[in-house]
Write a protein that binds this ligand. Structure first.
Ligand code: ZN
Length: 163
């Protein structure tokens, strides 16, 4: 079946930084990503490129920042108490490491600049902000979403939300 609103799509991807052609992320070390299509669960550029595709389709898509992770902002350094970080307590924080921070509006990704004893200085730009990205996508399968998935706004099962 074709990808359209309220289908659950499973796909694999390799993600490249267009500036230097380097691969910066891949889904292929684990299960395919599963998401409910048409509910803003993936970045806009990726969702747009998937419309009407079928299981087995493989394609490349270029995603500019405004359809991806946004522009990079200056002055976005913040000092955050360590307790607001969502990490394994034993993990050693290093500059350049990407961490999740608990905020009033949910979790947010940031990059560690400097770690102290009680606080950590982070850059709150998304690590992929400002980048021209290229996704190499392979659609694994497409199915109709269940009523429950549509009500929740996300896919269930392997690669999706696990309640
Ligand atoms: Zn759910």
């Amino acid at each position: 079946m074709k990808i359209e609103k309220n289908t659950v799509v499973r796909f694999h991807y390799d993600l490249y930084d267009q500036a230097d052609g380097k691969k910066i992320e891949t889904s292929k070390e684990g299960d395919p990503v599963a998401f409910l299509f048409g509910h803003n669960n993936v970045i806009k550029g990726l969702e747009e490129a998937m419309v009407d595709k079928n299981a087995g389709d493989a394609f490349d898509v270029e995603v500019p920042p405004y359809k991806g992770y946004g522009l990079r902002h200056d002055n976005s350094t913040q000092r955050v108490p360590l307790k607001h970080l969502v990490i394994d307590k034993k993990a050693k924080l290093k500059p350049g490491m990407v961490v999740n921070i608990q905020t009033d509006r949910g979790q947010k990704q940031a990059t560690v600049i400097k770690a102290g004893k009680f606080n950590v200085d982070v850059d709150t730009n998304h690590p992929f902000a400002g980048k021209m990205l290229k996704f190499a996508v392979e659609v694994i399968d497409v199915r109709e979403a269940t009523a429950e998935e549509v009500a929740h706004g996300h896919a269930h099962g392997v690669g999706g939300h696990q309640h």
